[in-house]
Design a binder for this molecule. Sequence first.
Ligand code: SF4
Ligand code: SF4
Length: 235
Amino acid sequence: MSTALLRELEQRARGAGFDLFGLVDAERFDAGQPHELRCARELPGCGTVIVLGCGGPSQAQWNLPRELADLLRKHGHPARLAEPMQSRLRFSALGEAAGLGTVSPVIHRLLHPQFGPRVMVGAAVLVAGRPFGPIADASIAERFQPCCHCARPCLSACPGGVHDGHGDVDEDRCSQERERGPCADACRVVRSCPVGAGQALPAEVEAERHRFESHRALAMRGRGLLPTIRRWLGI
Ligand code: SF4
Ligand code: SF4
């Protein structure tokens, strides 16, 4: 079991601005995903997923996830980088499985206990097998459910009303609103959420995460969980 290697990976990730780091058992994760959104589809034999995210005011060094995959391969562990713009994996669900928060059933974003929806799950490194040993279930979703007792200011904060309140998002309308200007640099929904409200980010970091999230959402259009289910059901 490569404990020293795991320590090195985590230290390098944190040093490069990815202050959220977690492991996911890929088989357990895949068991709850449609076939086409599974880790094993992107890397056959995948047993471990390293999830990399940003919560605090750090700006990520984007070459880091690729370096981690290279390092793993150098140590003889087949590994592949999965990035939200290209991969079909559900990154918010991976973040939840890694214990980085709970996916909101209202706005379908990951809510971190400290940072709220200001978090960004930036990349995942898929690794064959379990070189770091068995991976415990780290999810906090059963005990951290902030949306259940919330007046939902997020829904009225959105100028485009793009959230239906049940996790579905009209990405086209969201994109139009951003272009129109009212939320070009920051998402009003994110700002309105009381979870992590004391953790306001510096403007440039907030704008970077907003851009990232916008690009991710557009890249995922028609490829996420709901479109997949709709395609299955023919609706
Ligand atoms: S504002 Fe309330 S309902 Fe909306 S995401 Fe935040 S906690 Fe959930
Ligand atoms: S970016 Fe604007 S339109 Fe899109 S969800 Fe946020 S507030 Fe609503």
